[in-house]
Design a protein around this ligand. Sequence first.
Ligand SMILES: *Cc1c(COP(=O)(O)O)cnc(C)c1O
Length: 357
Amino acid sequence: MAGIEIQLTDKSRINDPNWNELGFGRYFSDHMFITRYTKGEWDNGEILPYGPLLIEPGMCTLHYGQTIFEGLKAFRDVRGGANLFRPIMNARRLNNSADRLCIPRYDELKLIDSMIELIKIDKNWIPKVKGQSLYIRPVAFGSGNFLGVQASESYILCVMTSPVSSYYPEGLNPVRIMIADDYVRAVRGGLGSAKTAANYAASLLAAKKAKEKGFAQVLWLDGVSREFVDEVGAMNIMFVIDNELITPPLTQDSILAGVTRDTVLTLAKEWGMKVSERSITMNDVDNANHAGTLQEVFGTGTAAVISPVGVLNFKNEDIVVNGNKIGPVAQKMYDYITGIQCGEIEDTHNWNVHFDL
Ligand SMILES: *Cc1c(COP(=O)(O)O)cnc(C)c1O
């Protein structure tokens, strides 16, 4: 692409990872894309060997968290080449997050082009095993050095990539989830609908305590009444109750608008399911369980795609979902979405951005 300066590494690290046990986000590929914002505009950007950035202790983001990120994946297409899955949604969401954090917007198509350029250079880092992929992590942050609380005047946008296996070590086995009742992740009017560091910092202690009790993650309730379900870990949450697919609406600003969430809702409607974006309380879920109509619970997100929930620990009692087994809707969604991503299932929505390697 015209404009991007490219400086290639003379020492590839491609043999460093244990390719049989990639985990999530442990290895970084050889190159990164980086662009800087100064004097009111982003520069042309460059692709450089992945490596440390020189920062000052006074850099504002370390103190005040003016930073946003994205997460998407590149997949090898079984017919050759590679696919990005719905990258325009990520580019738009990055800008929505940017607006909320007073970070300057970045041209959406240019971001996608830069990602493709970067991935082509590091094409050998896209895993060849089915189910594995190259995770792409754009991050943008204020890079000014000052201690007054205000938006930075300079910024860095960096895109790095990381070969990954599936997010949960348990794979598609259902996870045990604890309802967070001591802590909240996001409040109405807060940062919940932005992909920004503070939300994840806010989640760490609850997640740690849940892990100590043997749970994989926490389910977050709304920050006001602490009755309505918001999200599960860093995923959106879906319930199948009495054959209706239910997920909380995006209207309260406390929920991240997931790409996978949108994908699942779109497919479910096409498959003729009753689909509702509406508020749901844990009491509703508990009642459905007692009535025998709670069929499935699963999380949706780029990293795991679909993560079935086997147990919900609510008020110290376990709600066991679908006999702690993955349900048919979750399984069908997983198979279908991953099938589109790798080119095995026809992409009737034009969700993939396909490119040659
Ligand atoms: C990224 C994220 C999601 C999932 O979004 P996808 O676009 O589906 O990956 C859901 N909730 C939170 C809090 C997130 O950070």
